[in-house]
Design a protein around this ligand. Structure first.
Ligand code: HEC
Length: 194
């Protein structure tokens, strides 16, 4: 009888330990997601304001380098904290931004959700992934909807100057023909943790 009770007690303690571990993991995940959400909002805001200013000053063809160089510049600011940030999409302009397997499946999920009427502003996904050598990596993705500012370089009606500038730099450009409100791509953030 005693042995039985001790065994039950051990099993219960085991459950409690697992539950506490799970709750701690969920709390850490929520915290990481909150900071990633903030980073992607800052990224979007900085990018948009710089694009609008550059288009105003030099026209869309003159603003092309902003979209090209702003992402690496912002990424550099965050890399000190071990954070990697970039942009990806299913229809790409720069092949260097191609999604990996997880990113592709998340982008496809976003696109399916939008077909069912989801608001792209609310679409995000995040999770921990185990690292090969131990520890884990936090990954976060946030959908990027197409806005009016984007159309001069990603819409269906590009000016000849923009067309030419893009053709020179991006001969395999797929990122045109977007309409406002569609899914363009996603911000993608990852942070290696201990
Ligand atoms: C002035 C032209 C211009 C405007 C306006 C512009 N983009 Fe881009 N976009 C580019 C260029 C050029 C690239 C390729 C950047 C690179 O080489 O990494 C790009 C790349 C991207 C990418 C990365 C994926 C890929 O295809 O390489 C995303 C996502 C993106 N743009 C979204 C947007 C959104 C959303 C807007 C509107 C807020 C926008 N862009 C406005 C020129 C522009």
């Amino acid at each position: 009888m005693r042995v039985m009770l001790a065994a039950i007690l051990l099993v219960l303690i085991g459950f409690v330990i697992v539950a506490v571990g799970y709750a701690a993991e969920q709390a850490a995940l929520r915290q990481e997601a909150q900071s990633a959400r903030q980073i992607s909002q800052n990224f979007a805001r900085t990018l948009k304001s710089q694009l609008v200013a550059a288009i105003k000053a030099e026209g869309p063809e003159g603003a092309i380098p902003v979209c090209q160089y702003i992402a690496p510049a912002i990424a550099k600011q965050y890399s000190a904290d071990g954070i990697q940030i970039g942009r990806t999409a299913l229809k790409l302009r720069n092949p260097a931004n191609a999604p990996d397997a997880w990113e592709r499946s998340v982008l496809e999920g976003f696109s399916t959700a939008m077909k069912k009427g989801a608001d792209p502003q609310t679409l995000e996904r995040f999770a921990f992934f185990p690292n090969q050598g131990g520890g884990k990596t936090f990954r976060y993705m946030k959908a990027i909807p197409v806005g009016q500012t984007c159309l001069a370089c990603h819409g269906s009606n590009l000016s000849p100057a923009v067309k030419q500038a893009l053709a020179e730099k991006y001969p395999d450009d797929q990122a045109v023909g977007f309409a406002p409100g569609e899914l363009h791509g996603a911000f993608t953030i990852s942070r290696k943790m201990l």
